[in-house]
Design a protein around this ligand. Sequence first.
Ligand code: ADP
Length: 497
Amino acid sequence: MSKTEKTLTPRLVKKLWVAFILIIILMGASYIFITGYLTNKHNQAITQRVNAKVAEHVIQEKFQSASPFLQDGSVNKELFGDLMHDMMAVNRGIEVYLLNKTGDIQYSVVLEHNENEPTKTVSLAPIQTFLKTNGTEFVIGDDPLNPGEQKIFSAAPFSVDGQEGFIYIILAGKEFELISNNLLGQYFTKLGIGATLLTMFFAAIIGLLSIWFLTKNLRLITRTVRKFQEGDLEARIENPERSDIEVFAHSFNDMADTIVSNMDKMKSVDTLRRELIANVSHDLRTPLAILKGYVETLQIKRDSLTEKEKDEYLQITHDNIDKLSNLINQLFDYSKLEAEQVTPIKEPFSITELSHDLIAKFKVLAKQKQIDLQLDNPEENCMVFADVSLVERALQNLIENAIKYTQPNGKVTLSLHKKGKNIEIDITDTGTGIPTNEQPFIFDRYKQVDKSAKKQGYGLGLAIVKRIMDLHDTTITVLSKPKEGSSFIFNLPAYQI
Ligand code: ADP
């Protein structure tokens, strides 16, 4: 098992376990409480329904007896007391009260042995509901012995010698409550222990299975990450959309793709760098070898060479020194641009003026090659916001190329046009043109369409132009047809005066 797996999984499993146990305890406690409460209510409802007629029965029995418990408007305490004792002896859970018609307690034996201060009146509303529904509905009434508490009861009205009132029997009296609470306590303990053990047992099984199932994907992911870490760059999380942690799975796959593509890029950069070094060494070696050869010849044969030959050799030496310095300058510029060491210093300047200067500079070369070099600038004065020396460098390379790849009697035109907020700069020639399939690669370092052109350049000119365009957040487009000519077009932001 990997280090990540070791540390990640148990912590997650522990958390899942704690959550599980808490849920079980909470659910168990709620279950016990709810069943206890409902069972208690259910028992009370049964007790009330079964004993609903108790009060009515007392009245029927005693009001017809020879000695009724109400004589001349007052309670026959002896008779009523006996009756109550008898009833409460048979059913210890009940307490019998005699109420007048307003609910005032007239008499009860229980009041005599009570330590609490009992109420003197009982609310009539529950009694009326009880009588109306004939005892079929669960209803609770005031418990005189426990003011503020309500209990199940049975009640029946009476009317003797013009006196009206109720027999009110609390069915779940003190004794009932004592026994009920005791039994409920036992029930809770038994049910609690039993239910807890049982649920714990099942929860443990379900918990183990669930945790195994929940962490299954995580284990898979961890394994994949580990594989990638160990160097298997192809390792990816399969079906990330089906993974429990989809975002993570996608992110990992994306990250792996990015790492692989960056590695590929770095490899290709490395390859290009090596190619560059190889090409540069070759390009430096050739003019150096020529230089060495001619300088040696001049040294050895100084006396035997004619003045004309000496001049010719010196001219060749001079040309090769030019080539070398040109290449070294290009390499220097390119490597600075490539290493992102150049920060453009943008400022407003007249691209018209710069173009005039460049045309003047290249006029001699163009004339030598019998090429017509023109500036097409219908606007008065075009101002742009850019780095003047970088733009000059780019234009120089483009004009140089246009002249280089154009045959005598051809034409090279530098045009400046206002296009919205930009100035469009276009260098068009009637030269050799570039094959369509080669066009996308001409801005790459050392890319030369025609290998024989190597004599004429080093394949760095357009790569430098491309970098300069990047620094100005603009792009350069090439439109070219073989044997017809080429156009290099780019835009620079116009500067409004
Ligand atoms: P080079 O120093 O060889 O000219 P560049 O980077 O300037 O290198 O150009 C790359 C290649 O693109 C050239 O070798 C040439 O094949 C092609 N190219 C560039 N400009 C032109 C042009 N105006 N006409 C035809 N081909 C061109």
